[in-house]
Every structure is written in structure tokens, then in C-alpha cells.
Design a protein around this ligand. Structure first.
Ligand SMILES: Nc1nc2c(c(=O)[nH]1)N[C@H]1C(S)=C(S)[C@@H](COP(=O)(O)O)O[C@H]1N2
Ligand SMILES: [Mo]
Length: 319
């Protein structure tokens, strides 16, 4: 249950803060801090991934928000490749086969090619990160991800001076993602997203492979998804098969669909409303009819450290 995860997490943080003293008192010495959250549900993952997840270090940043329970994180999803209803991804994503998985690295970099996920993960450090996720539909969650900084991966390919943006592509395969075969689908598959190079290199920008101490469930974008906590959720593209360094701003799925409603930047901003609804508040899940749990939305979703990226950007025009 969530309160137990919370208590364990606080204990971990106190142990970290006490450092060697905690080892002396507790008598248990561990080289790396284990992630503080473990899910009840069992998501099967290959042994190399389970081992890598177990080695992840715990998040040392403090976030006072209460975690969204695992059941909600994994049953209330947006993943249109499996249907438009919130419960469709959890119900229909068994067809996705996240292993083995390859990611193509392309474009403006000295090194490019196709790399398997196991090799990619062997060169990065996994960490737990507890982030708020704010959907453009005005609901939000707090999720303990396990992942690594996107920047730590991108650097390995030596992007050239022409690399101004990073473009991401989701898997396209109607056998694994049945709703891609739907003739009335509004999205032109595959789902695509993008960031500026500075956004991609920001230490908050994560590539996640797990949540609540376990591998990512399919409905949350297995086996590899982006997490950009200061932007609306649609930027956090799931089940990534391609990462490309580009000179020009890449097309992005929701912007193609409704450019007046969804911009390229998509920074969480309570002062810039969606044309059809206010963005000043959000429904923090779990939320019910009698306890809607409405809270104020924060600029950049509360991640003020990114403000310097937009010093010379008009955030009303570049929404
Ligand atoms: N490929 C793909 N990625 C996607 C989406 C999608 O439909 N397809 N939905 C986005 C939206 S709108 C949100 S809010 C988040 C939801 O992530 P979650 O289901 O893990 O909470 O995923 C984003 N990534
Ligand atoms: Mo969203």
C-alpha cells in the first residue's frame, strides 16, 4: 500500500542522509541504495532487466506529493495505439512484445545505428525518480519511475553542431498495437514526438524502463519511454524505437492533429488555457466523484529549474 512505500522511502532517505552512521547502527551495509518502491503486481521481465532494475539507486530528491497508487498508474492510461478509453491500454496491451527490443539512433551524430536495449542499458546508471505527470486533459499523477537521464545516452553518440532537436518515434506494428489498424483512427501512426536539444539534455529528462521498482507494464510504454516532467504528458512518448538528431523542429503527433490546441513546447502552464478548457487546476488521481481532489496547477508543473531554458521564449505564442 502507498503509505508503506512512503514510509520505506522516508527511511531510505534518512539512511542515505546519515551515511556511514546508518551502517553502524543498522548493521547492514549496501553499496547502492535499492529503489524504495516495489509494486505488488508482477510484471515479467528478462533476468538481465530485473537485475539492472534491482541495482537502481533510490531518488534522493524530496517531493512531498503523495504517490498515485500502482493500480491507478497502471489502469488509467493514454496509449491510443491500444484504444481511446482510459482502461483500454491495460486491457489490450498484452499483444505488445517488449523483448527483445531495438532502438535506432539516427541523424546528426557521429555514431548512429541500431542498438538493442540490453546494450543501451549496460552503459547507463538506473535511478529512481519520483515525478509529477500532468496530462493536458487536466488530470495528474505522481509516479516513482526507474530510468536514466536521456542526456547520458545522447552524449554517447556525439551529436554534431547541426543537432538542434531530438525526434522520437513509437513502434508501428498493427499486430502488436491493434488500434493502429483502426481505419477511423485520428492519429497518423507511428506516434512521434520531439524536444529541443537543450530540453533533451536537461538532467530532469528521463528515459524510463520501470516504475514502482518493476519493469514498465506494457500500458505505460514498455520497454522504453520518455518522461519530461515539466511538459504535458503527451510529450512523454511511449515504446520508443527510434531517436533521431535533427536540424529542424520535428513534427509531433498532437500538434499535427490540432496545431491550435497542442503546441510543440507543451510546457505545463496554468496561465495559458487550452482553447476548450482551463489549465489553472488539475484533478490529482486518485480522484472520485465525492473527493475530486482538485489542486492548483504549477508553472512548469513545479519544476522551476527549467525556467532558464525559456528565458527568451514567449510562452503564450510557443505553447
Ligand atoms: N506512443 C504513445 N505515447 C504516448 C501516448 C500515446 O497515445 N501513444 N499518450 C501520451 C499521453 S497523452 C499521456 S498523458 C502519457 C500517459 O502516460 P501513462 O499512461 O504512463 O500515465 O503518455 C503519452 N505518451
Ligand atoms: Mo495526456
Amino acid at each position: 500500500p502507498e503509505p508503506i512505500y512512503r514510509a520505506r522511502r522516508q527511511f531510505m532517505q534518512q539512511s542515505l542522509a546519515l551515511g556511514t552512521a546508518a551502517v553502524a547502527v543498522g548493521g547492514v551495509a549496501t553499496a547502492t541504495a535499492k529503489p524504495s518502491f516495489v509494486a505488488d503486481a508482477d510484471v515479467s521481465s528478462p533476468s538481465w532487466l530485473s537485475q539492472k532494475l534491482a541495482e537502481a539507486s533510490a531518488d534522493t530528491a524530496t517531493l512531498d506529493d503523495k504517490l498515485t497508487p500502482y493500480e491507478h498508474v497502471t489502469s488509467y492510461n493514454n496509449f491510443y495505439e491500444f484504444g481511446y478509453n482510459k482502461d483500454d491500454p491495460a486491457k489490450h496491451s498484452d499483444t505488445l512484445k517488449p523483448h527483445p527490443w531495438n532502438v535506432e539512433i539516427a541523424g546528426e551524430a557521429e555514431k548512429t545505428g541500431s542498438f538493442n536495449l540490453e546494450d543501451i542499458l549496460s552503459k547507463v546508471e538506473l535511478q529512481e525518480r519520483v515525478y509529477r505527470l500532468r496530462c493536458v486533459e487536466a488530470w495528474s499523477m505522481v509516479i516513482p519511475w526507474i530510468g536514466f537521464e536521456l542526456g547520458s545516452l545522447l552524449k554517447q553518440f556525439n551529436p554534431t553542431s547541426r543537432a538542434n532537436y531530438v525526434a522520437f518515434t513509437t513502434l508501428e506494428d498493427a499486430l502488436q498495437m491493434p488500434a493502429q489498424g483502426n481505419a477511423f483512427s485520428t492519429i497518423d501512426w507511428p506516434y512521434v514526438e520531439g524536444l529541443t536539444m537543450a530540453e533533451a539534455m536537461h538532467p530532469l529528462t528521463l528515459l524510463a524502463v520501470g516504475l514502482y521498482g518493476k519493469a514498465l507494464p506494457n500500458q505505460n510504454g514498455a520497454p522504453l519511454r520518455l518522461v519530461v516532467p515539466w511538459k504535458y504528458g503527451f510529450k512523454s512518448i511511449k515504446s520508443i524505437v527510434k531517436i533521431e538528431f535533427t536540424q529542424k523542429q520535428p513534427p509531433t503527433s498532437w500538434n499535427i492533429l490540432a496545431p491550435n490546441e497542442y503546441g510543440f513546447y507543451a510546457n505545463v502552464n496554468p496561465e495559458v488555457d487550452h482553447p476548450r478548457w482551463s489549465q489553472a487546476t488539475e484533478r490529482r488521481l486518485p480522484s472520485g466523484l465525492f473527493s475530486p481532489n482538485i489542486i492548483d496547477t504549477q508553472m512548469f508543473n513545479g519544476y522551476d529549474e527549467v525556467a532558464s531554458l525559456y528565458k527568451n521564449v514567449d510562452l503564450r505564442k510557443n505553447f
